[in-house]
Ligand binder design. Structure first.
Ligand SMILES: Cc1cc2nc3c(=O)[nH]c(=O)nc-3n(C[C@H](O)[C@H](O)[C@H](O)COP(=O)(O)OP(=O)(O)OC[C@H]3O[C@@H](n4cnc5c(N)ncnc54)[C@H](O)[C@@H]3O)c2cc1C
Length: 381
């Protein structure tokens, strides 16, 4: 067991940190405020290999591990959790295409996905089914031999309207998970439309919309894998997605801890700096300790996924649950340490707090993480 970063890891972590500091951090507040999607910055990130981090090199991807990806997403999110999280979803779809797509699908989409010439979204949630994702109702009926006709609606889709490719879980068979397939739907397909961008608490550098299919004709050739395999693919994508979202929480919490450390060293009250009050020192010590515990769990889960360990899903759920809860609390404590200034946008902490809140909800809520963990525990008993 080696806890040190390899020279390669140190190098790409430094690259990610420099990019995040120079290209994301100076603009993150404005992107949040103006709800601006930073397409150009994402293309620059793609130029560094961050659009297909764990896609095989044979397919043009960066060929790194899930652990490597966690290190990179922590760095990007330390500047802008919202933009980093969008990139993590894009990576998840690129991985699904690399892992389950055929050569034709990969040739058509992969090079452009890896360059962020096109962006990708992941469409599982529906208005009537979030946590109970296997109850989804969007239907894909055969329309001749070569097409499906899609009807239904997806809710809360990150990148809705700005993405060019939608990895969409649809029902091609009966009830339950085995009746679900995954199809790639291109923007511009007749019958595909988007709702208005939701007005959100955070994650404002990327739109979230409903995605609606009305007699939307999609080639059967755009189905990933066989009919009935879509739910399994979606869940396998989410194992990695959960690591990435947890890593985005680590980055946001780390940034808030650093902001708080700077602030308590210079802010004075009762004739001392805040850093001289032991009550506040203890708070900072707890924040740093919990951040370290969360990071260890995330890295351990990522390593389990890389090793295809039988308990990887459970570890990913544990890491996602713990890291996203603890890191959100660290941001909140950092805001408290800033007093009234923490509530003011110029100080940035409130942006991180708002962005990290949703990590406890999406890619499976933290209650659903507990469902997954408990199910495995009870199976083992
Ligand atoms: C900003 C944002 C972006 C998103 N992006 C995407 C995306 O790109 N793609 C996508 O497919 N989805 C996306 N989602 C959807 C997200 O994954 C769902 O909101 C989430 O899975 C919860 O589903 P729900 O909102 O329907 O809540 P519900 O499933 O209705 O849950 C409501 C509450 O009940 C709890 N609950 C439900 N079932 C149980 C149970 N069995 N035991 C205990 N508690 C339970 C939940 O934990 C939650 O607290 C996004 C959501 C948001 C807010």
């Amino acid at each position: 067991m080696d806890f040190d970063l390899t020279p390669d890891q140190q190098a790409f972590v430094a690259t990610a940190r420099d990019f995040a500091t120079e290209r994301l951090l100076p603009h993150a507040g404005r992107w949040d405020e103006e709800r601006e999607f930073p397409a150009e910055a994402l293309r620059e990130a793609a130029g560094l290999g961050f659009a297909g981090i764990y896609v095989d090199e044979a397919l043009g991807g960066t060929g790194l591990t899930r652990l490597d990806a966690a290190l990179i997403f922590e760095e990007l999110a330390a500047a802008d959790p919202s933009t980093a999280a969008f990139l993590s979803i894009h990576n998840m779809v690129a991985w699904m295409l690399g892992r389950f797509g055929d050569a034709g699908q990969q040739a058509r989409y992969m090079p452009r996905l890896l360059g962020c010439e096109i962006f990708a979204s992941y469409c599982l949630t529906e208005p009537g089914s979030g946590s109970d994702a296997a109850a989804l109702r969007t239907r894909a009926e055969a329309d001749g031999n070569a097409h499906y006709k899609l009807n239904g609606s997806k809710a809360f889709i990150s990148g809705g309207g700005v993405s060019d490719l939608y990895a969409t879980m649809v029902r091609t068979g009966g009830e339950g998970p085995r009746g679900i397939s995954c199809v790639l739907v291109e923007k511009g397909t007749p019958g595909l439309s988007f709702g208005k961008p939701e007005k959100k608490m955070g994650w404002n550098s990327q739109p979230t919309t409903a995605v609606t299919f009305a007699d939307c004709r999609v080639p059967v050739a755009n189905r990933l894998g066989a009919e009935g395999e879509g739910f399994r693919f979606a869940m396998m994508g989410l194992d990695g997605g959960r690591i990435n979202i947890a890593a985005c929480s680590l980055g946001g919490a780390r940034a808030c801890l650093e902001l708080a450390l700077d602030y308590v060293r210079q802010r004075r009250a009762f004739g001392k700096t805040l850093s001289e009050f032991q009550a506040l020192q203890f708070k900072l010590a707890d924040m740093a300790t919990e951040l370290e515990a969360a990071r260890l769990m995330v890295h351990r889960a990522a390593a389990a996924l890389d090793a295809k360990a039988p308990d990887a899903t459970q570890r990913c759920a544990m890491a996602k649950r713990y890291a996203t809860d603890v890191c959100h609390r660290i941001c909140d404590e950092a805001l408290q340490l800033h007093g009234g200034y923490g509530y003011i946008k110029d100080y940035q902490v409130e942006r991180y707090l708002r962005d990290l809140r949703v990590h406890r909800i999406l890619e499976g809520t933290n209650e659903i993480m507990r469902v997954i963990i408990a199910r495995k525990l009870l199976e083992a008993a």
